[in-house]
Design a protein around this ligand. Sequence first.
Ligand code: HEC
Length: 193
Amino acid sequence: MKIAYLILATLVISVALLSCGADGNHPGYEYMPNMYRSPYYDTYTENPIFENGITSQTPVKGSIPRGFIPFEYENSLEDYLRAGDELKNPISLNSETLEEGKQLYEMFCKHCHGENGDGKGSITHPLYSGVPSYSDKLIPRRTGSSMSELKDGNIYHSITFGLNAMGPHASQLTQEERWKIVHYVNVLQKESN
Ligand code: HEC
């Protein structure tokens, strides 16, 4: 009988102690409460610490995302020509990079530019009727030279910024991927007819 009372008393006391925390205003007994409850501000809530009054900070001016290499050329004719003169393909040409370039070309360019780069892709909408052949040797482009003579930097600039009906591809393709495609376009500049 005594034992039963003892158990009952223990239960009542523990419940009483535990239930202290049930009321949100009293945390119960805590030692070193800062260990469990660090003072913090929720994301995007107002706080007095930062100048703009909210927790999320805009990145420092000039900071760039990890892995992103800035492209120092603008979308202008002047910079297009400058890119042609100054840029060299940084990706070494071998069977692997060329194969990757081919695969990317087939995913991103083929439907307009055609399997072999002759400008006859599967898209037949009149808006995209003027797709030039990469191996064209006659009609002058922005460079004053023909498609087959476009330099790597020109091709890279066109992929990055697009041209008229051709949209920019900078957000779809990394810089490396764009340069691999340039290797493959070089092949089509010689081969497509
Ligand atoms: C939506 C269709 C479309 C897609 C997709 C497309 N192009 Fe084009 N591309 C065009 C058209 C149209 C032109 C001609 C634009 C003009 O001369 O006004 C063109 C022109 C070009 C030129 C010549 C630019 C110059 O400087 O004269 C290059 C190089 C080129 N494309 C490469 C590519 C590559 C590489 C891809 C894939 C990453 C690609 N294009 C994807 C439609 C497309």
